[in-house]
Design a protein around this ligand. Sequence first.
Ligand code: ANZ
Length: 825
Amino acid sequence: QATYDVVELQDKWRPIWEKLEPFKAGQRDGAEKRYALTMFPYPSGDLHMGHAEVTALHDVLARYWWLKGYDVLNPIGWDSFGLPAENAAIKRNENPAGWTYANIETQAESFKRYGISFDWSRRLHTSDPEYYKWTQWIFLKLYEAGLAYRKKSPVNWCPNDQTVLANEQVVNGECERCGAVVTKRDLTQWYFKTTAYAEELYNGLDQLQDTWIGKVVNMQRNWIGRSEGAHVDFEISLAKQSGTAGETKKVTVFTTRPDTLYGATFMVVAADADLAAEIVAPERAAALESYLEDVRKASDIDRLATDRPKTGVDLGVTATNPVTGEQIPVWAADYVLADYGTGAVMAVPAHDQRDLDFAKAFSLPVRRVVDVPGAENPEETYVATAGDGAYVNSPELEGVADKASGIHKIIEKLEAEGHGKGTINYRLRDWLLSRQRYWGAPIPIVHCQVDGEVPVPETELPVKLPELKGADLKPKGVSPLAAASEWVNVSCPKCGGPATRDSDTMDTFVDSSWYFLRYLTPNDETQAFDPKLASEWGPVDFYLGGDEHAVLHLMYARFFTKALRDIGLIDWDEPFSAYLSQGKVINGGKKMSKSLGNGVNLSDVLEVFGVDATRLTLVFASPPEDNIDWADVSPAGSVKFLQRAWRLAGDVTSAPGVDVSTGDVALRRTTHKTVAEAEQLIDSYRFNVVVARMMELVNATRKAIDSGVGPADPAVREAAETVAILLSLVAPYTAEEMWERLGHEPTVARAAWPTPLPELLVDDSVTAVVQIKGKVRARLEVSPTISEADLEAAAMADPTIAAAIEGQTVRKVIVRAPKLVNIVV
Ligand code: ANZ
C-alpha cells in the first residue's frame, strides 16, 4: 500500500502540467468563452497568505468552468510600477527594476507551485516598456477626446512621499499609503475627466446590483455621491464697496433644499475659491488673505466636521435673496469647500446645523421656515431641524404638504423667473493622475514655448524612463525626472524648437485600469488590445479582489471602459459583469502585523502541510467574503481528509469505463446529488459548502466500500471519480494522483464535469397519507414517481385500510400522487 506524500505529488505533477498547458485560453473551438479575473499582485516580496487565499478561491470557479466545457481565460500579470520599488531602490542605491523583476520571478515561481490554473502565456508586467507604451497611447487617446487635461488647483499633498494624491488616496485626511497627514498645495496637474461620466458611472451601478457584492455597489454610490437639488442665482452688489456704482455679479449656489430659500439669511463662499477673492470688498481683502493662510493647512475632513468651531471672514458685500428681495451678507469660510457644488452656499441656519453654528458664532440672523412637529424652534434652541413639517415665513410655500412638493414648487418658480434651475450634483471629482515620482509611466507630453502642450507622436512611443538610481530618485517635490536633463530636454515634435518633456509619471491606477484588455493580446506590438477579441471575451465574467480596491481601482476601470467605448474601441459598457471581494486572513481575531507578531508565513505553511491542504483549508474556512481566522482552522485536518480521499482511488477494483448503471443506487444517488448541489453552490460562490459536500461524499464512498456494497461495485468507481473531479477545484495535486490511480490519463483538470441524472436526484420514497372521509388512517412509504392508479391500489391493500372499509361501499376515491389518498365511504 502506497503512502500519501504531498511533496512527492507536487514534484511529480508540476512538470507534467507545465508540459500539457491545459489552461491556455482560446483553444476550445466553438466553446462559449468565460473570462475569470483576479486582481493582479503588486510584486512586494514573495506571495503571502492573502494571495494564497484569493487565488485558491478564484481557482475554484476557473477550474469549474474548464470542467463544464467553457473556453476559459484566467490570466496573471504584475502591477509592477509604484512606490515601494522606488523606496527600496533609494535605500539600495539601485534602479527599481532590479528589485521589481526579482520579486516577480519569486512570485511567479510560487504561483506555479501553488497550482493555480493561470494561462502563463499571457503574463504581463505594467512596468515593461512594451506595456506602458500602450498606457501612454491610451493617455493620448483620452487627451485627444478631451478627457485628459491640465489645470492648476489646490491638490492633496503627501509631505512624506513628496507627491500629490488623488482624493481617493486620502483616507480620513491621511495618505492611504504612509499615513502622513495630507496638506494642500497649489499645483498644475494632469486630470482625467471622470466627472464627464459621473451620471453613467452612477446609473450603471443599477445593472451591477445583483452580480456585484452589495457593499461595493454602495461604496461606489457613496463615492460618486449623487445629490438632487437646485442651482440658485444670487446677485451680488459690488457697488457700495468698490465705488463702481451699480456693478453686480451673479453667484450661483448649489442646494439640496431650495424649499428653504426664504430662510437663507446669509451666503457663504469657500474662502479658498477664486470667487472669494473676486468679490471681497477692498477693505476686507487683507482679512481674507490672512484667514486663507490657516485654511490651506486644514484637510477637507476637518473642514466638513460638524463639531469644529466655525471660523470665517465677512467679505463686506451683500447678495439679493431672489425670493425675498432681501440684502443678505456674504461671508467666506472654510466649512464650504471650493470644489464641491459651486463652492458657494446659501446659508439656512434654521435647518442646517453648520450654518446655524456659523450664525451663532457671528451673530447672524436665523429664520425658521419649516415648523417640524414635535421639534423646538431652532431660532431659540440653536438646534437645526431637517425634517418635514409645515412651511412658515415662506409666502409661496405655505400650505404645501411636504418637502418633495415644496422643492418642486420652488424650482418651478426659480425657473419661471430666471433665478435658477433644478440640477443634479455629483461628489465625484476629476481623477488627478500626475505623480512626482520616478517609477511609473511617463506622461507622453512635451511642453514647448511656442506650441504649448504637444503630444508625443505615436511612432515615438514608448517614452521610456531614463535609467536613474539611488539618490537620484529621492523625492524632491518635483519629479526626479525633471533633473534628468538629457531626458527632459527635447525638441518640439511640432516646431522642432527647444522643449521639455512633462516630467510627471502616471498614477499606477492608470496602468491597472486597462490591464484586463491587454491580457487578450499581451504581446501585440501593433495595438493596445484587439477590439474584436475584446468583443468576444469581454466583459470579464467574474472578478475577485480585495476590498481596498472597492472605490479606487474599480471606479477607474469603469471610467476607462466607458471612455474607450466612446472612442470606439470596446462594445460593452461595464468591465466586470460579476464582482466579489474576498475576506482577509487574520490570526487570533486580529489583522496580521509585524508589531503583533501574529503573522503567518505562507511558505512555512506550504512546507508543513503542502499546497493542497493549504488551499483546501483556505477555501473551506468560510464563505469567500468573510475573514478567515487562521487560529480557527485546521490544515492538519485538511491533510487527513485529503488522505482519506486519496485512499478511495486505491480501493476501487472495477475497471475504468465500467457500466455504472448497475451500481448501488443509494451511493449513486449521493454522488449525483453532490454534483448537482455543487453546481448551485459554485454558481452562488458558496465554495466552502462545496468542500463540505465533498467530505460527505468521501465518507459515503468509504462506508460503501467497507460495508456490503464493496470496492468492486461500479457505483464506488463513479463516486471516487466524482471525488477526484470535485477535488481538482481545490486540491489539484491529490486530485490528479487519484485520477491516475483510477486509470485515467492526465489531466483531471480537463475531465468532463459529471452530468447529474435527474432520476437519481429524487429521494427514494415519500410518505403518502391515506384518509377515510378526511381522517388520517394510514401512512405509506411510496416512490415519488408512483402513478395515481398504483397509489390507489397500494392504499386499498393496506391492512388497516382494508379492515376499516370492510363491508362498506366506497363511493369515491380522490388520489393526489404521491402524497394523498382520500377514500369516501
Ligand atoms: C441650503 C440648505 C438648507 C442646505 C438646508 C442643506 C440643508 P449634499 O447632500 O452633500 O450634496 N453645500 C453645498 N455646496 C457646498 C460646499 N461646497 N461645501 C459645503 N457644503 C456645501 O449637500 C448639499 C448641501 O450642502 C447643500 O444644500 C448646501 O447646503 C451644502 F436646510 O443649501 B444646503
